[in-house]
Structure formats: structure tokens, C-alpha cells
Design a protein around this ligand. Structure first.
Ligand code: IMP
Ligand code: MG
Length: 180
């Protein structure tokens, strides 16, 4: 699987130390207020698992399954929310967590849906940000790393459902896309 990678952009040590910083920033911001952390499946699962273990504030966890990519590296359809929340959002401090902010359409859509349910506040944290690809003015409150406009895999991010378990983030060799 490692042989399919062209380059490693973020290694395990770099990711670990950045997530410790993010955890501290988020702790400092919420100051012991309980949050409802809503993670976007499937991509954010690995990031969320590490992030919550670096948070000391009280939190509850909920998940939303959102889909936009098929087996390609470009969004094929508008993002769709494929599941519903188990928690009541009203009057809660919400933190949306996703793997990557790309066009911004997924986060914008989820943000709007959550806002409509009258939370106390909505903030967002993404592991990666590709600002060059943005199609709206969505900005995350916390960003792990800003990266150039290249398709990446690992640490939860997939290509055609694969590579999510890699503990680092890298780019794929072009031959991998050509073969499928
Ligand atoms: P957006 O709606 O365009 O911002 O897309 C966000 C979603 O697209 C993310 O949650 C990812 O699942 C997926 N995505 C965007 N860029 C990449 C990438 O480089 N690798 C893997 N998945 C990506
Ligand atoms: Mg995703």
C-alpha cells in the first residue's frame, strides 16, 4: 500500500504534535463548556479519534454520514447528508469536525442544517484545508494543516474507499488513478 504513494506530505510525528496544539486551542476557547462534537463520516473518523483524546472539555459525540465523492477524485454530485443526528442540537455548543475542507460545499451544507436547529453556537475544525479549491466563503475556525491542491490519502482520507488506515498523509502515484 505504501508503494502506491508518490510522496508523504505529513508524517505521524507532525500530525500528532499539531493535534495536541489544536486540542489545547479548542479547550482554551470553550473554557469547560460542554460541546456536542459532530463528526462527518467516514473521512473524519481517524482525526476525530485522535482529536477527542486531546480535549479536556466535556463533550458528547454524534456522527453524520455525508457523501459527495464516488470513486473519483472530484466531487461528482452535491454533498448529501445520508443519516440523521441522535442528539438534540438546540441550545448546544456545536463543533463540526471533518477530514478536509475542499470546495467547502459539504461543511456549508452541514453548517446550514445544524444552524436551522437553533444551537447556541456552531464552530468547525478540519484536519486539512485546500483553500485553492474553495467554491464559497466557508472558513473553518480551526485548521490542522493547509495543503496545496493535490488529492491526498491516509489518516482517514480515501481514494475509492482505500488507504484510510495509513497513519500519515500522502499523494498517490498517477498510475493508481490511471488503472481504475
Ligand atoms: P468539499 O465538500 O468539496 O469541501 O469536500 C469535502 C469532502 O471531500 C471531504 O470530507 C473528503 O471526504 C472529500 N475530499 C476532498 N478532497 C479530498 C482529498 O484530497 N482526498 C480524499 N478525500 C477528499
Ligand atoms: Mg468526507
Amino acid at each position: 500500500m505504501k508503494n502506491d504513494l508518490k510522496e508523504i506530505l505529513l508524517d505521524e510525528a507532525v500530525i500528532r504534535s499539531r493535534i495536541q496544539e489544536l486540542g489545547k486551542e479548542i479547550d482554551d476557547f470553550f473554557q469547560e463548556k460542554e460541546i456536542l462534537l459532530i463528526t462527518l463520516l467516514d473521512g473524519a473518523i481517524v482525526f476525530t479519534a485522535d482529536l477527542i483524546r486531546n480535549l479536556s472539555i466535556p463533550l458528547r459525540l454524534d456522527c453524520l454520514r455525508v457523501s459527495s465523492y464516488g470513486d473519483s477524485t472530484d466531487p461528482e454530485t452535491a454533498p448529501r447528508i445520508l443519516s440523521s443526528l441522535k442528539s438534540d442540537v438546540r441550545d448546544r455548543e456545536i463543533l463540526l469536525v471533518d477530514d478536509i475542507l475542499d470546495t467547502g460545499n459539504t461543511m456549508q451544507k452541514v453548517h446550514d442544517e445544524v444552524m436551522a436547529r437553533q444551537p447556541a453556537s456552531v464552530h468547525s475544525c478540519v484536519f486539512l484545508d485546500k483553500p485553492d479549491r474553495r467554491e464559497n466563503d466557508f472558513k473553518a475556525d480551526w485548521v490542522g494543516f493547509s495543503i496545496p491542491d493535490e488529492f491526498v490519502v491516509g489518516y482517514g482520507l480515501d481514494y475509492a474507499g482505500r488507504y484510510r488506515q495509513l497513519p500519515y498523509v500522502g499523494t498517490l502515484k498517477p498510475v493508481i488513478y490511471e488503472d481504475s
